[in-house]
Write a protein that binds this ligand. Sequence first.
Ligand code: S3P
Length: 174
Amino acid sequence: MSNIILIGFMGCGKSSIGRFMARNGYRLVDTDSVIEKDAGRTIKEIFADEGEEYFRRKETDILMELIQREEDNLVVAVGGGLPMHARNRALIHKLGVVVYLRAKVDTLAWRLRNDTVRPLLQTGNPRQKIAELMEKRSSTYEGTADVIIDTDGCSYEKVYSMICLLYTSPSPRD
Ligand code: S3P
């Protein structure tokens, strides 16, 4: 399937790049938004009421549904924790080319400094939490990606143009 799947840590720009791409011919599927819309509640409320595992199962359900629908030309922005599950990694590879929008901890901490909506960051020291999670997750993001784009200091246009270059070179998994 010829879709683009954007992975990466919270605040790396997946949803924003996805929205930018949606203005350029792609259909955007943002897994967080789909879950919130279906549940009629925010992610923060879902985490508080049903717990993280319930949320993670919903993420998998969305991927399975997208694969069943066999749609093309999608840009799929997935939640930062989604690729941590092996079942999800297999599913996103079925969906299309997996692009990791990589950013440094300092960049992420700056972008997320006023965040009040992401349950995992509602701690006394969000920067430390970001560093801890990145330490655990970055090798999985890197190992899962077909393509890695370093986004520190890049505009959305620049990142988008780098993603467009994917189509002039064959995917490593072809
Ligand atoms: C999460 C990332 C969030 C959202 C949830 C959990 C994570 O999505 O799915 O708060 O575990 O990294 P974004 O990466 O879009 O912020």
